[in-house]
Each structure stands twice: as C-alpha cells, then as structure tokens.
Design a binder for this molecule. Structure first.
Ligand code: URP
Ligand code: ZN
Ligand code: ZN
Length: 455
C-alpha cells in the first residue's frame, strides 16, 4: 500500500520544486511527474516540508518538586500537530547515577506513549572515573550527544575541568557536547542578594540572570572548545552579546554550532510585568535588540537550529504558587507552535526564506544530530516524514485550541498564517486538518549516528 502527494511544492535546503512524491511503506520511493498509487492526495498550492525535528524538549520532567504538564503522550501529539515528526528529549543523570540508568529511566517514561519519533541527549551532572566508558556505551545505544550545564549551581552545574574533559572525550568518541551557557556561580550570588533585599517578583528571575552571565559562559565555553579542539553546540542562545562572541570565535576558527528558540526571537522582557511567572525560563527573555540580532543570526547562517526547549508547567498551581521567583519551575511550552511561528514571523516577514526554515527546523538538526538523510529531507530513500503546509489560512494562536497539555501559551493572540493540512510520519498520515488521526502511538526510538563534524 502506498500513496502519492500530487503537485505540492517540495522544499529542501537546495530549493523548491513542484513535483509528485510517491510513498511506499515508510519511505519516499520516487519524486517526479504523473506518479500514481493506490491513494492520491491533491496537495497543489501547498508546501511539502520535511518533518520538523525539535532537538530540545523536556517531557515528563521533574523540576523543583513538580512534573511538567506535558508527558510523552501529550507532548508528542502536540509536536505532530505542529509539524514536528521527531523530538530529541533529555535524559539527565542524577548524582551518583550511571548514565545508562538515567537513560533507562527516561526511556521508561516513553513506554507506549510517543506519537512521534524520538531520541535522547544525555545530561551529564556527575563526572567520575566511569564516565568515559559510560559515554561510549551510550553511543552504542544511539545517544550521540551530551549536555553540560554551566548553570543551576548545586544541582546540574559542572565545572570547567568537566567541560574540558567532556569535549576531549567527545572528540575521541565522535560525540557532540552541548552547553547551557549561563554562569551559575554568579547567578547564585545575584539570586541570594535579591532575596535578601526582598526582591521576589518574577522580574527578578530575569534581573538575576543578566545578558553578561550568558556572554561570559559562551566565551568560556568557546575558549574551552578551542583548547580541546572540538565542536561545541550552544543550546537556547538568548543574547546579542553571546552571538557577538560566537561570531568572533568563528572568525578565529573555533567550531561552534548554535541553537536558539522562538521565545528568544519573538518575546521580550516586558513580559515579566504581567503574569511574569509564565515566562520564567532559563535563560530569561531579553530585550527587543536581542530578538533582532538573533533574527539576523538566522538569516546570515550564524545560528544553525531553532528548537523550542519545551518545558511546560501550568500557570495555575505550578508556576503561580511559588513564594518567590527562585522557586518557580523554569520553562515554557512551545513544541506545538515552532513551525507556524517561524513561518508567520520568520518567512512571511522576510527574515528567512522557506528553505532556511527547513534548514533550521529539520535539515540542519538531522545533520548535526546524526539522523540525516533518513530524516531532515524529502528525498528518495528518506523516511516519509512530510508536512503539508497550506499557506492560505490565517488564524490566531490560543491556549484553548492547543493540543499541548498546559493552561497557557506564551504566544496567546499571535497570528498564525498557514495551516498544517497533513502530517505524515514514516508514511502514515498522523495529522489531518490539525487533528491527530491515529488512535495509538507509533513513534519509534531513533538510533542516532556519531557526530561527523557539523554540516
Ligand atoms: O527554563 C528552562 N529552559 N528549563 C529547561 C531546562 C533547561 O535549562 O534547558
Ligand atoms: Zn538549558
Ligand atoms: Zn532545556
């Protein structure tokens, strides 16, 4: 059994062609004209985009004694409705825990729940004599990227020695080391000072994590990557100052890959004035000048990926019940709206082309994280992960309409142009007219290949 998508505009990083796409089983088997099959979908006038890959989600995560509103079921359903067919979530090592146990624990949470395909990065928090061999064992399990936190002192944060050792090990093993760049020691001091002064409102979350703490950590991370002679991948970059350090480092030959998120492109710190708890995330929202610089970074190719850092907590009862800003669980929802936001506010506002949208949300991600060309493109032989985007629609984003299981969206009232008419996951229609149209989860774990060196 197969089907053909007839007359759509196929978008890849190389260009846009109008052609038919023939799918059999899980794969694209031909691209051409006048193709026929058992079933045909007329998709003329629509864009066919490779299924999105969101390489930064946190589903079913416990933070500050509470668990994210989205688990792997609601999160992966929301992903598909938003045109994302693969997510890469985080397993994170607890102190004194082996990396394998941390992976197994996170894996268990996915049990029969994932509606889209999925993989994991591993967060290393407790470097010890076994870590190198454990990293090697994880590579064999298809976990080929690791995250180090330069923030969250006392829990997740690692020191510079660990950063250097991880980068050297990453180079030896073909693993990519990714970094949360904020100076956790300084944040700790600033948070304590603010609390002593009685500065407890959500705004102080942002004021105790100023741009300079990101810039400092980005600078240190890049210097250590240079010293270790390996790539660094910087997650959720939020500042112009950090971007400037990245541009300077690239100019001297440092190899760095960069991710940002829609919240750092489209929202700013004025959000902390009203219901500021909703926007307590790390790094925090910045200035409009930062939004502008990051949007330019997408256009000029300095930024490689746009992920969401989806980490959802309900406003009522989770975010709004903390006694001070430092107790608010960090994170915000986004997995459902990444593609529509980037299409509406990126492509249609001429910040990026639609080919760049595909690169930033799918192709580059697949290349960097060892999924290409199985995923990240529409080509003969690739997985038939295809998003059919009908550009002739206009609506607005509202939490009431969303699939993600959380009581707000940071993008309430944002306009949404274009509608995802269908999403196909490995040759199965999983979304029809913005609704999930399969009963049972069919997402498959993705064994990712070792890191080969950027794109
Ligand atoms: O506030 C955020 N971003 N929470 C998720 C954890 C992280 O640092 O990525
Ligand atoms: Zn982070
Ligand atoms: Zn995160």
């Amino acid at each position: 059994m197969g089907f053909v998508l007839q007359g759509g505009k196929i978008v890849t990083t190389l260009g846009i062609i109008t052609a038919d796409v023939l799918v059999e089983g899980e794969k694209v088997i031909a691209i051409g004209s006048n193709l026929t099959s058992d079933e045909a979908f007329d998709v003329s006038g629509c864009y066919l985009l490779p299924g999105g890959i969101d390489c930064h989600t946190h589903f079913d995560l416990e933070v500050a004694g509470t668990i994210t509103a989205d688990d792997f079921q609601s999160g992966t359903k929301a992903a598909l409705v938003g045109g994302t067919t693969t997510i890469i979530d985080y397993a994170t090592q607890k102190k004194r825990e082996s990396l394998k146990l941390a992976l197994d624990n996170q894996f268990q949470k996915t049990n029969n729940k994932c509606f889209c395909d999925f993989g994991f990065h591993m967060g290393i928090t407790d470097w010890n004599n076994n870590t190198v061999s454990e990293m090697k064992a994880l590579m064999a399990c298809g976990v080929t990227s690791f995250k180090l936190y330069m923030a969250y002192k006392g829990t997740l944060q690692v020191d510079d020695g660990v950063i250097y050792k991880a980068l050297k090990t990453g180079k030896d093993l073909g693993a990519l080391i990714t970094f949360h760049c904020e100076n956790g020691d300084v944040i700790d001091v600033l948070v304590n000072e603010a609390k002593l002064k009685g500065e407890l409102e959500p705004l102080y979350h942002a004021l105790t994590r100023p741009s300079l703490v990101e810039k400092e950590a980005v600078t240190r991370c890049l210097d250590l990557a240079e010293l270790a002679d390996h790539y660094a991948y910087i997650v959720h970059l939020s500042t112009e100052a950090g971007l400037d350090r990245i541009i300077a480092a690239k100019e001297r030959g440092v190899r760095v890959l960069v991710e940002t998120c829609p919240q750092y492109l489209l929202l700013d710190d004025s959000r902390y004035k009203t219901e500021g708890e909703k926007y307590v995330m790390s790094p925090p929202l910045r200035k409009q000048s930062d939004n502008k610089a990051l949007l330019a970074g997408l256009k000029n190719g300095i930024i490689d990926t746009v992920a969401t850092d989806h980490c959802s907590f309900n406003f009522a009862g989770q975010k709004n019940s903390a006694s001070d800003f430092s107790k608010i669980p960090n994170g915000a929802p986004g997995v459902e709206h990444r593609l529509s936001l980037l299409y509406t506010y990126g492509v249609l506002k001429h910040h990026i082309s639609i080919q760049q949208l595909v690169a930033l949300t799918s192709t580059n991600v697949a290349k960097i994280f060892g999924l290409y060309p199985k995923k990240g493109t529409i080509e003969v032989g690739s997985d038939a992960d295809i998003v059919v985007l009908d550009p002739n629609f206009k609506t607005t984003i509202s939490y009431q309409k969303q699939i993600q299981n959380v009581d707000y969206t940071p993008y309430e009232g944002f306009s949404k142009k274009g509608k995802i008419r269908y999403t196909f996951l490995r040759g199965t229609k999983v979304v029809d007219n913005e609704q999930i149209c399969i009963k049972h989860p069919t997402g498959k774990y993705q064994y990712r290949k070792p890191f080969k060196g950027g794109m």
